[in-house]
Design a protein around this ligand. Sequence first.
Ligand code: GLY
Length: 314
Amino acid sequence: MDMRPVIVVHGGAWAIPDHLAESSTNGVKNAVTRGFSILANGGNSLQAVEATVRILEDNIAFDAGHGAVLNADGDVELDAIIMDGTNLAVGAVSCIKSIANPVMFARTIMEQTPHVMLTGSGANKFAEKMNIKKVPAEELVTENAVKEWEQYQKYKQSVTSLFNTERMHDTVGAVAIDHKGNIACATSTGGITNKMVGRVGDSPIIGSGAYADNFIGAVSTTGHGESIMKVMLARKVLFNMEKGETPQSAADQALEYMKNKVQGRGGLIVVSKSGEWAARFTTKRMAWASIANNILNYGLNPGENFQEKFDLNM
Ligand code: GLY
């Protein structure tokens, strides 16, 4: 099969403040460009989504890797998942510390263990064994994350009220289809500010934070984790597509269902087996970008879709 490659990325669905708008937009545009160049040079979708999410994890504008939000104790605890649509192989990590690129570690778990997810201290022990680079815990902590955490501590806002105001940061992700029609997805997050120690969100949960199947498509989600898990948002979008919906209507219906059923808001990116894609959200903003058919699309506010001609050799 010779498909035209497609990649879509998101930098989290939440009420992105104006001071982060430009860095979020530039961050997703930069990541999608680099991810697409992997596909254009013959790389596969799994390599592309891993590399793209690593770039987003390294960018302090986003709540993943460097720049992750802090839990109730003021520590960073990270979750991530990667999934290969060719064989439904999946690797995930939850509640890990001091690892700058959890998506890379999730891939190691997928490829080097018989398991799907490792968590907490066991995961960190396995990371050491596999020589996954450890960084000092404070290296992942940004000034912004500390300021936000201090503010929440001061006003003793609960996680629920944060969700209502959509002020929590949220998650990065990528979905891609390569020349051969192979599909993959990856999602990575620091979760939500002031979360309980040990809290695991939707991102590393198969079918909630992500799902990929060559016979349907791939999805990466973002938003209020407790709501996303209750409706298994990623798989729900793909179920809708299996029933014949387009990626956009499948996404809108799933997000609407989550809003009505559990009063949860969020966003997602999706690519279908035929290369159709969508980036949809019910929060105030979501930074997203895609490259397909030599066009770079991107947006931040509802209804926005800026387009630029994209040529790798430009
Ligand atoms: N969506 C990320 C989280 O709730 O942890």
